[in-house]
Ligand binder design. Structure first.
Ligand code: FAD
Length: 486
């Protein structure tokens, strides 16, 4: 039988696997992508219920502006005109016990005005704070894009949590809470969250905007798959990799669930760090390496509880909104702990009104929305089926009750409702603890990286990954490395 040989085998067809596959296929490298599910995309996938399309995870993507990194990657992959991003009118709407704030897209000045109106005594500090954030952001961009060395400020701020910066500007707990709204996109409270990582994400959304792919992430994923195949790349779905073949401490191929073997000079893992190193590779191969050990749960980002709904009527007061956050209080540490413990009354929830932006996914009088709460994994594990179902129903009902207070008559309008827990996300993608972003972005934490020659991590689990834009950028830098090796 002919040996099946490739330049690069990619394990997993998440956004990371498809992006690097497309970049390498565009260079005429012989690539093979193996995906365990029928659907491609991992977290960037959609599913159908009652004839309607639901986004399994994604609601807002950064870095997609014209000439931004993602636009450039898409251009390089020659996905062409098929890919368009929609821009909601507001980056988000944030509802607190005493405030209702809409953040207009790409208008930091307007946000400054709005905050200064609510907190007039803090106007000067608000201006100073925005200036500092912008300064850090553009310096980080120079470091990432142009290879500049970190300056004194960046060195001072590295390893510090975001609260360190807030302490320099504000005492007002409410203002601190409002400015830190995006902690929910990072999954760690500002007392622990890396100052530099948060600053980058915050400025990218505030300055460059928030985006959602036209036609759902399905259009993005399908365009990648079509482009890969048109350039001679192969994608096999329903094909789980169960082993990475190692020879002389280097990977040379993979074995799949049904016993097929494929060989390549280089292997890319688009999947979970722990599963790659501890399940697909036999520990004995690297007996002396201290890096092969089980992932510590404190280093893994939170997961989510998500409710998918079809409504039979529009929520009129919210018809201009896409992303809405409901905040029960201003205390981020309390919000975080409530999320970890699945206590919706004190945890923030995000409501994404998909039909307000992408009209093609709704029909007359049918509206698609999703409600997301960050969710700790341990609450869900070791339950039998009926206990799990009961807990799921309980958390779902608490969230709906909470949202119903702000969206009057939401419950009357629900035609369909289904929920996903951290266990659902873990089962579907294989990410440890259903982790949203892979490693936590904790101040001072050094994420682990691959120590095996010719095995690359292009996923949430690369030290620079986490988020669609983050993983796509890792794919780009890894593709450049791989091209030099082939
Ligand atoms: C609820 C939720 C909401 C989110 N919202 C956003 C958002 O709005 N914006 C944003 O930027 N990010 C968001 N994220 C994060 C974002 O989805 C991820 O950072 C990103 O999609 C990760 O992509 P990936 O390529 O690393 O891999 P994944 O999406 O994890 O895909 C890995 C793929 O590998 C496959 N696989 C696993 N094991 C094997 C195996 N052994 N053999 C073959 N195939 C295998 C899986 O089936 C999967 O298809 C969200 C995540 C969640 C969970």
């Amino acid at each position: 039988m002919k040996k099946e040989e490739y330049d690069v085998i990619i394990i997993g067809a998440g956004i990371g696997g498809l992006t690097i596959g497309s970049l390498l296929a565009a260079e005429r490298k012989k690539i093979l992508i193996l995906e365990k599910n029928y659907n491609l995309g991992g977290y960037c996938s959609t599913f159908k219920r009652k004839g309607f399309t639901f986004e399994s995870s994604i609601h807002a993507i950064n870095d997609c502006y014209n000439k931004g990194d993602i636009a450039n990657i898409i251009k390089e992959c020659k996905l062409g005109k098929n890919i368009k991003f929609l821009i909601p009118a507001y980056t988000y709407r944030s509802i607190y016990p005493d405030y209702d704030i809409r953040v207009k897209q790409r208008s930091p000045q307007e946000f400054i005005r709005e905050l200064s109106r609510y907190f007039p005594k803090e106007k000067k500090n608000i201006l100073r704070f925005f200036k500092e954030m912008k300064d850090i952001f553009y310096t980080l961009k120079q470091i990432h894009l142009l290879g500049y060395p970190p300056n004194k400020k960046i060195i001072k701020y590295s390893n510090k949590p975001f609260d360190y910066l807030l302490d320099n500007f504000f005492d007002d707990q409410k203002l601190r809470g409002i400015i830190s709204q995006y902690w929910v996109y990072c999954g760690l409270p500002t007392s622990k969250l890396s100052l530099l990582d948060y600053c980058y994400l915050w400025c990218d959304f505030f300055i460059n905007g928030s985006y959602y792919p036209a036609g759902t992430t399905k259009s993005l994923i399908n365009s990648f798959a079509t482009s890969i195949k048109s350039k001679g790349g192969e994608i096999i779905n329903n094909c789980e990799v169960t082993k990475i073949i190692i020879k002389d401490k280097e990977p040379i191929g993979v074995v799949t669930e049904n016993g097929r073997k494929f060989f390549a000079r280089l292997i890319v893992s688009n999947i979970d760090y722990d599963k790659t190193l501890n399940r697909l590779i036999r520990q004995e191969e690297f007996k002396n390496s201290s890096s092969v050990k089980v992932v510590d749960k404190d280093n893994v980002s939170l997961s989510a509880f998500r409710i998918y709904l079809i409504l039979n009527n529009k929520l009129r007061d919210f018809s201009d909104d896409f992303e809405i956050f409901l905040n029960p209080n201003y205390n981020i540490d309390k919000q975080y702990l409530s999320s970890v413990n699945n206590l919706p009354d004190d945890a923030p929830v995000g409501i994404t009104m998909y039909s307000n932006l992408e009209k093609r996914i709704c029909s007359e009088n049918k509206y698609i929305i999703a409600i997301t709460m960050l969710s700790g994994y341990d609450y869900w594990k070791n339950l039998d089926n009926s206990q799990y179902k009961l807990k799921k129903e309980h958390v779902k009902n608490l969230i709906i009750k909470k949202v119903n207070k702000v969206f009057p008559r939401l419950l009357d309008r629900v035609e369909f409702m289904e929920a996903a827990t951290p266990l659902t996300f873990e089962r579907y993608t294989g990410n440890t603890r259903g982790s949203i972003y892979g490693w936590n972005k904790r101040a001072g934490f050094k994420q682990k990286v691959s120590f095996i020659r010719n095995l690359f991590f292009v996923s949430n689990w690369n030290s620079k990954g986490g988020s669609v834009a983050g993983v796509m950028k890792v794919a780009k830098s890894t593709a450049m490395l791989i091209k030099q090796k082939l």
